[in-house]
Write a protein that binds this ligand. Structure first.
Ligand code: CTP
Ligand code: CA
Length: 226
């Protein structure tokens, strides 16, 4: 594989990508999270770098190597990810939200390990909503980058993805059926449909690394082509 595309489509552009899950602490030894592997976001960061961009990758807890030439910022919870994303987005042309941000966090973080009560067979954890990171970036009135989101769905994939495109005011959304073998969270493969206000394009199932190349081409063309 070549290090740099023959015709780098993102030369001179600054790209920020969020990737992986977030972890929301419940007490010193427990957290709420999800099965995101970070593979898609890391593959996009590598592809954007190969396309000539300056890339900042804001990563939740994942066990993946940093792609060559990419600046990585490690974060743990959604509010740290939001703060890092807002800071990095001030200077960027393109923002891609590939992270699986936890939608809720425990309303309080216990200072000590929570003990189970001997006299009760159930317990309840109060949750509060986390900030919507990509919607915050897309809602900017100044220093607003071209903003791309993902939609991980298990049913009515295109309908739900279109709803998110509009609600979050995104420029483009990549819809992903996570109920299929190819779309699974830990899979090396993925099958996606790219949707914007003008229509949609379904890409054939492929390795996440291959798909990332194609997605970066499509995004670069829509974001920056005259
Ligand atoms: N996202 C985000 N911040 C959040 C939640 C989601 O930036 N707090 C971003 C994701 O990175 C993704 C897009 O929003 O690019 C859609 O995420 P998804 O979880 O599919 O959508 P939600 O709006 O959280 O809706 P739901 O989980 O209820 O389907
Ligand atoms: Ca969500």
């Amino acid at each position: 594989e070549t290090l740099m595309a023959a015709n780098p489509s993102l030369t001179g552009k600054t790209v920020v990508i969020t990737a992986g899950p977030t972890r929301e602490a419940l007490d010193p030894v427990r957290f709420l999270s999800n099965h995101s592997s970070g593979k898609m976001g890391f593959a996009l960061a590598a592809a954007a770098r190969r396309a000539g961009a300056e890339v900042t990758l804001i990563a939740g807890p994942v066990s993946l190597a940093t792609p060559p030439g990419v600046k990585r910022i490690d974060v743990v919870d959604s509010r740290e990810m939001r703060d890092a994303a807002e800071r990095a987005a001030d200077l960027c042309d393109l923002f891609i939200a590939a992270a699986a941000v936890a939608d809720f966090r425990p309303a309080t973080v216990a200072e000590q390990k929570i003990k189970k009560q001997d006299d009760s067979e159930e317990d309840v954890v109060a949750l509060v909503k986390n900030p919507d990171i990509v919607a915050g970036i897309a809602a900017r009135s100044s220093r607003r980058p071209f903003t791309v989101g993902f939609a991980a769905e298990t049913e009515k994939v295109l309908e739900h993805a279109r709803g998110k495109l509009v609600r979050k005011k995104l420029d483009l959304i990549i819809a992903n059926d996570v109920s299929t073998e190819d779309g699974g969270f830990d899979s090396d493969r993925n099958a996606v449909t790219v949707i914007d206000s003008t229509g949609s394009e379904t890409l054939p199932p492929a390795l996440k690394t291959e798909l990332a190349e194609r997605l970066i081409e499509i995004i670069a063309a829509r974001a920056f082509a005259q």
